[in-house]
Design a protein around this ligand. Sequence first.
Ligand SMILES: Nc1ncnc2c1ncn2[C@@H]1O[C@H](COP(=O)(O)OP(=O)(O)OP(=O)(O)O)[C@@H](O)[C@H]1O
Length: 242
Amino acid sequence: MKSVIHVSDVSKNYGSHQVLEKISLNVEKNKIYGLLGPSGAGKTTLVKMIAGIETPTKGSIKVLDTLMPNLHNMTRIGFMAQSDALYVELSGKENLEFFASIYGLKGQKQKERIEHAASLVNLTEFLKKPVHQYSGGMKRRLSLAAALLHEPEILILDEPTVGIDPVLRQSIWNELYKLSDAGTTILVTTHVMDEAEKCGHLGMLRDGRLIASGSPQELKESTASTTIEDAFLYYGGVRNEN
Ligand SMILES: Nc1ncnc2c1ncn2[C@@H]1O[C@H](COP(=O)(O)OP(=O)(O)OP(=O)(O)O)[C@@H](O)[C@H]1O
């Protein structure tokens, strides 16, 4: 299977603080790859570098065979940041029109893509409302729609379901599965163990290091764990003494 994201020996420092240490991973085309780790593990920093928003201190990142950061490549990537980058005084539709124009979508094509992306996240009937009247979950869904507008080959989602109720969370995951079946490669960060189970492949990140990677099943089997949480604790150095 072809890898579309290659992270090779990447380290990142902010001043003297080393946030990531020698990370290497590959994400295969059409897969849903989950980066699992507690708050502060370095997930956001890593996905920002893959999206081309930050640069590694050491090592290199290639996305779709191109060294990142690369401006042209960024049009092939959809990035949904952890905090919603929305204009709250504007309506949902106006926000999507703004992001669509950044991606160069115009006229009828723009209209179609906005309608499609809004319906994917169940926001069609709320598009005329100003975003400051949206709930937290609606803002997350609008941000997801914005990241999907230009039909990116690679979708990078930083904690996409934080603040979203379980029913909607499930519907967003159903959408992610559909997108992946249709050929989109998805990289998603999470600190929620049951969400990690939904990914085809997992990378476990702790204190800036990749402590394990594999399918959820492989990670559980190789540690004789019944849950991803136990597997994570095992790889993190907390052995069950019983
Ligand atoms: N711009 C920055 N300058 C200095 N330190 C930073 C910067 N961005 C992140 N850090 C530090 O890097 C570490 C990793 O942060 P990061 O946001 O990548 O973790 P995370 O796993 O995504 O956590 P969370 O889920 O809470 O966002 C933290 O200690 C954080 O304080």
